[in-house]
Design a protein around this ligand. Structure first.
Ligand code: SF4
Ligand code: SF4
Ligand SMILES: [Zn+2]
Length: 273
């Protein structure tokens, strides 16, 4: 099995997974979305809210603000020795006090630990008219997307099978499929159609080329066939800013390895009776 990085920056990455079963590709996807822990606001104490939003809506919006989460800095509150009280090993506290007129932004959330500040400061939370006020205290804890979507570190997390295109000998080079392709994956040189290998990964598997070929009256089957490689996958991952995209991948692989080892140990114990 191989992972080949094709693009990466702080918020996104694209990589090619080769030599893996579809079930394994799906395990990585699921682990990235729901097993990588991050911070999110979970409890809000409202001292004043005269904005146009109900308290529930305001707290819901606060919960969805991505908070920077450095790996290993905090532990889940249910594993902490404070037994749910909240302490500096498992909890980050925020204060927010804004008076209108103006917009309350995510940057108005002031953390007791600057490392856990909102990932982007310009997320609007609520607009205040003159005289309206929001004064709150909030508490963020570590959890995973399995518990609630607000703890999901990815905004995009998906893969597609690697495209494979085949053109058979019945092709007469009419070029209809080339014009039908919205991703410009096919090329016509003289009366010969070829696949542009530099663009093959852009193929969306839409099959418009096959439809175009059928429309020429070629017969029961098109001369061009769209398929996929069964053990190669193109992954696209985007982070909400809480954790870098490559770190999300690293932690998901670690999760699968740890749980795979546990399963294997359990199976050995069962086999030994
Ligand atoms: S499947 Fe769609 S994107 Fe891929 S080559 Fe055919 S028309 Fe183009
Ligand atoms: S539409 Fe069919 S016959 Fe025409 S160039 Fe494409 S594959 Fe060949
Ligand atoms: Zn604690």
């Amino acid at each position: 099995m191989q992972i080949e990085c094709q693009h990466r920056d702080e918020h996104s990455c694209q990589f090619l997974l080769s030599g893996a079963m579809p079930s394994f590709a799906n395990s990585i996807r699921r682990a990235m979305a729901s097993e990588v822990p991050k911070l999110a606001i979970d409890t809000v104490r409202i001292y004043d809210n005269t904005s146009g939003l109900f308290d529930e809506m305001l707290t819901h919006r606060l919960g969805l603000v991505p908070l920077r989460t450095e790996t290993g800095t905090y532990i889940p509150i249910e594993e902490c020795t404070c037994e749910g009280e909240g302490c500096d090993r498992c909890t980050v506290s925020y204060t927010l006090s804004v008076e209108g007129p103006g917009v309350v932004y995510s940057r108005d959330l002031i953390p007791n630990d600057p490392v856990a500040a909102p990932a982007q400061g310009d997320i609007p939370i609520v607009k205040l008219e003159k005289g309206q006020k929001v004064v709150i205290e909030a508490r963020a804890v570590l959890s995973t997307g399995k518990a609630h979507a607000k703890w999901q570190p990815t905004t995009v997390c998906g893969y597609k099978n690697y495209p494979r295109l085949a053109i058979d000998a019945r092709c007469d080079g009419c070029g209809v499929c080339v014009d039908a392709c919205p991703r410009h994956v096919l090329r016509l040189t003289g009366r010969t159609v070829t696949v542009d290998e530099a663009r093959i990964e852009d193929c969306s598997l839409c099959r418009l080329c096959e439809k175009g070929c059928m429309a020429t009256g070629i017969g029961d089957q098109p001369a061009i066939r769209v398929g996929t490689e069964p053990d190669r996958f193109i992954f696209t991952v985007e982070s909400d800013g809480a954790i870098p995209a490559t770190e999300i991948l690293r932690q998901s692989v670690r999760f699968i390895r740890t749980h795979g080892d546990e399963l294997s140990r359990a199976l050995e114990e069962i086999a030994e009776g």
